[in-house]
Design a protein around this ligand. Structure first.
Ligand code: CUA
Length: 342
C-alpha cells in the first residue's frame, strides 16, 4: 500500500467524527428555535412563567457547558489518540484521586441544579403574608376576607405590585369562578372546598374582575375591582380598612346612623364599631371608600346609592337585598351616613 492509500480511511473517519459532532450540536439549537413559535412557554408574561424560563436558561447553560466540555475532551482524545502507538490504553483503575474528582464534579453540578430549582420553587410557591386573603363567592358579590388582619373588603381589593399575591378561594352558596383576566388564571369557587391561586401583579393599575362561571340570574352583575398599588399604598389601605367605622359628622349622616341601627340593616350587614353585626351581606364599615355598589352594578354616587336603597330588585333582579320602606328623608340620611364611611 502507498502512503496516500493509508491516509484516506483516517481522513474519512475524521470527517465522520466532525459530522457527528455537528449533528449533535444542531439538536439543542433546533429545540431552542422551535420554542420561538407561538404559543410558547418560553415567552412567559406571568410572574411564575418568568421564574421558570430563567431557571430553564440557567440549567440549559450549565448543561451545555458540560456537554461542550465533554465533546471537546472526546474530540481531542480521538484526534490525538490515533497518533499513539501503544498496544493498550493507559489504565486508571484504582487511582483514588481521579475517582474522587470525577465523583465530586457531577455531585457539585447536581447540587447547583438542585439549589437553583429549590430557589425558583420557593419564589413561585411561597406566599408573602402581606398580600394574602380569602375570596368568597356569593350570589352575587365578592367577599374578600383578610382574616389575619381582621377586616373584610367586599367587591374591591387592593394588592401590592411586584409582591406575591396568594388567594384562598371559597364559595358560600353555588359554584362561581374567580377571574381577573389581566392577571391570568380562572379558579372555580366550589362550596365546601378551598381552591388556591398565586401570582405576582407586575403593573400598577385598577383591573376589573368578574365571575366566569354561570351562577344564577345576576351572574353578569358579579364584578369586582382588583387594585394594584405600591407596597406603601397597600399598607396604608390595610391600616384604613382595619379601623372601625368613622363617626359621622354631617347632620344628615348623624341622623343616618340612627336610621341604619333601627331598620334592621344589621341582620345582614356589619359596620364595625356599631351595633350592626350581620354577615350575610357585604361589610359596610368602609363602604364610602369603594368605587361601586352591588358588585359594580352601579358606580358609587349618592344618587345611585339612593336608587339602590329605594328599589334593589329594580337594579339587580333576584338579588338578596330586600326593599325596606322608609320615608325619602330617612333614605337620604342613610345615604349620607354610608357615603361618609370612607
Ligand atoms: Cu358568580 Cu357567576
Amino acid at each position: 500500500m502507498t502512503g496516500s492509500q493509508k491516509q484516506k480511511p483516517q481522513v474519512r473517519r475524521r470527517r465522520g467524527v466532525a459530522a457527528a459532532l455537528a449533528v449533535a450540536a444542531a439538536i439543542p439549537a433546533a429545540i431552542l428555535l422551535a420554542g420561538c413559535q407561538s404559543p410558547s412557554i418560553l415567552r412567559a408574561e406571568g410572574s411564575a412563567g418568568h421564574e421558570i424560563v430563567t431557571l430553564a436558561a440557567w440549567i440549559f447553560g450549565i448543561l451545555a457547558f458540560v456537554l461542550i466540555t465533554v465533546w471537546a475532551i472526546l474530540a481531542f482524545d480521538i484526534l490525538t489518540g490515533r497518533k499513539r502507538r501503544e498496544e493498550d490504553a493507559s489504565q486508571t483503575r484504582g487511582n483514588l484521586r481521579i475517582e474522587i474528582i470525577w465523583t465530586a464534579i457531577p455531585a457539585i453540578i447536581v447540587t447547583v441544579l438542585f439549589v437553583l430549582t429549590v430557589i425558583t420553587t420557593e419564589r413561585i410557591t411561597m406566599p408573602d403574608p402581606g398580600t394574602q386573603f380569602t375570596a368568597v363567592g356569593r350570589q352575587w358579590w365578592w367577599d374578600f376576607q383578610f382574616r389575619d388582619l381582621g377586616f373584610k373588603a367586599p367587591n374591591e381589593v387592593y394588592v401590592a405590585v411586584d409582591r406575591p399575591t396568594s388567594i384562598d378561594i371559597e364559595s358560600a352558596d353555588v359554584i362561581h369562578s374567580f377571574w381577573v383576566p389581566q392577571m391570568g388564571g380562572k379558579v372555580d369557587m366550589i362550596p365546601g372546598h378551598v381552591n388556591h391561586i398565586h401570582f405576582v401583579p407586575l403593573k400598577n393599575g385598577t383591573y376589573l374582575g368578574e365571575c366566569s362561571e354561570f351562577c344564577g340570574a345576576q351572574h353578569g352583575k358579579m364584578r369586582f375591582l382588583f387594585v394594584v398599588v405600591s407596597p406603601a399604598q397597600y399598607s396604608a389601605w390595610v391600616r384604613n380598612q382595619q379601623l372601625p367605622a368613622r363617626e359621622p359628622t354631617g347632620t344628615d349622616a348623624v341622623a343616618g346612623k340612627q336610621v341604619i341601627s333601627s331598620v334592621g340593616c344589621g341582620s345582614c350587614h356589619t359596620i364595625r364599631g356599631t351595633t350592626l353585626k350581620g354577615t350575610f351581606g357585604p361589610d359596610l364599615t368602609h363602604f364610602g371608600s369603594r368605587g361601586g355598589i352591588a358588585a359594580y352594578t352601579l358606580t358609587n354616587t349618592p344618587a345611585n346609592l339612593l336608587r339602590w336603597i329605594q328599589d334593589p330588585q329594580a337594579v339587580k333582579p333576584e338579588c338578596k337585598m330586600p326593599q325596606i320602606p322608609l320615608p325619602l328623608q330617612q333614605q337620604k340620611q342613610l345615604v349620607a351616613y354610608l357615603e361618609e364611611l370612607k
